[in-house]
Design a protein around this ligand. Structure first.
Ligand SMILES: Cc1ncc(COP(=O)(O)O)c(C=O)c1O
Length: 394
């Protein structure tokens, strides 16, 4: 089975990244309030929990449909994750949350799945009534708005995950529209971290041939770097920084580490209108091409005006059969929530367990070329219509 994704799963750096803004820039989580740049969204959750003063014995309410990167910061803070149900449309089940509340419940984490927002006014009112601190998880929703307000506005804290929306190797933010970050600071990551961020960003761009006439030159430089790095690692006395972190790469030691200078530069200089426009167009194309095929259904069958989608989620009838076929063809598939926290009670939320198995997410990011999108649509159609999947991308 091929592990090579034939088209980029995530945004890729190219000259188009810095295109002049055309039309209005979309609202983003950074517009919601004061912001700090961090390394990853999971660390931003940890940062928020620390700011709130969460510790042993506290309970954090979080959705049964989750990824491990959301649970690890809660455990790191010493708190107990209390899982709640979601509805078929991925909305938070507030009645269920109400039933699970105990005096130890202090925080509610509310994600906007795949960029499609929750009813934040209802959630805000619920948190106010029950004296819960609200962390609005905008990891999938860096851009967009709810009731005219930017994503992240209704939370006491909001977190964003930059690498899902910008062509960067790492980067996230924590935002507070309520002034809860005053006095909080981040620290630098160091030279090795800065270089790693640059190298990984360029490596991904040249892998997909996005650097134009500079591609061959950058390739040569990176090959030279690989040789040098292998020599350094082979040296018994070499002080090579170790990889650290939990199942999702979470490393609580880096909770205050800021994002790299390069990521911040790219985020600042990227054309936001291009990101929003291309993502919405690609989503609409995927919806019209795949939405009515047999054996699947779109998780969201409309794209509201104020949504900038992270991905295109499709609910599969036969996920176990379709996944290996698409994987072997080199189609990039993201599977949010594929592994649910093993400590969560089985049967707590049948919708989450179902989506964990069945929802495949296909990229709709701004850097997909039209021919790449066509190719992906073709492979998914073939797989679903049970045609043979061609060996190579035409
Ligand atoms: C809903 C949600 N929240 C938080 C995170 C953590 O973000 P990051 O990958 O930047 O650590 C993720 C990661 O995919 C996520 O899907």
């Amino acid at each position: 089975m091929s592990d090579v994704e034939k088209i980029p799963k995530h945004p890729v750096l190219s000259w188009q990244t810095f295109e002049c803004e055309r039309g209005e820039s979309p609202q983003s989580v950074l517009d919601a309030g004061e912001a700090l740049y961090l390394n990853r969204g999971s660390l931003a959750i940890a940062f928020a929990l620390r700011q709130i003063g969460i510790s042993c014995g506290d309970e954090v309410l979080m959705p049964a449909y989750h990824c491990l990167a959301m649970v690890e910061p809660v455990l790191w803070a010493g708190a107990k994750p209390v899982f709640y149900r979601i509805g078929e449309d991925t909305s938070l089940d507030l009645a269920d949350i109400g039933c699970r509340l105990t005096p130890a419940g202090r925080v509610l984490i509310a994600p906007h799945y795949f960029g499609f927002h929750q009813d934040m006014m209802a959630i805000r009112a619920f948190c106010d009534d029950h004296r819960l601190v609200l962390i609005e998880d905008c990891a999938h929703a860096f851009f967009g708005s709810v009731a005219g307000r930017p994503m992240g506005y209704y939370g006491d804290y909001a977190i964003g995950s930059a690498w899902k929306f910008f062509p960067v190797d790492e980067g996230a933010c924590i935002v507070s529209s309520r002034g809860h970050l005053s006095g909080a600071a981040t620290g630098p990551g160091g030279l090795f971290f800065e270089i790693k961020s640059l190298v990984n960003t360029l490596e991904y761009a040249v892998r997909y041939g996005r650097m134009g006439f500079m591609n061959p030159l950058i390739c040569r430089i990176l090959q030279f770097k690989d040789k040098l790095w292998n020599r350094v690692k082979a040296n018994p006395g070499a002080n090579v920084p170790a990889q650290s972190g939990g199942a999702s790469g979470f490393d609580g030691n880096r909770v205050r580490q800021g994002s790299s200078g390069l990521s911040r530069l790219i985020m600042g200089a990227s054309s936001k209108s291009r990101i929003a426009r291309n993502r919405r167009e690609n989503y609409s194309r995927l919806l019209s091409s795949l939405g009515d095929l047999p054996g699947c259904r779109p998780l969201f069958d409309a794209l509201p005006e104020d949504v900038v989608p992270q991905v295109f989620p499709l609910v599969m009838e036969r996920p176990e059969e379709i996944f290996p076929v698409l994987k072997a063809a080199g189609v990039p598939i993201i599977r949010f929530g594929e592994y649910l926290w093993e400590g969560m009670e089985k049967g707590l939320c049948p919708v989450s367990e179902n989506y964990s198995r069945r929802v495949f997410q296909f990229p709709c990011h701004q850097d997909l070329k039209p021919e790449e999108l066509d190719w992906m649509i073709g492979r998914v159609r073939d797989a679903l219509l049970q045609k043979a999947v061609p060996e190579s991308m035409q």
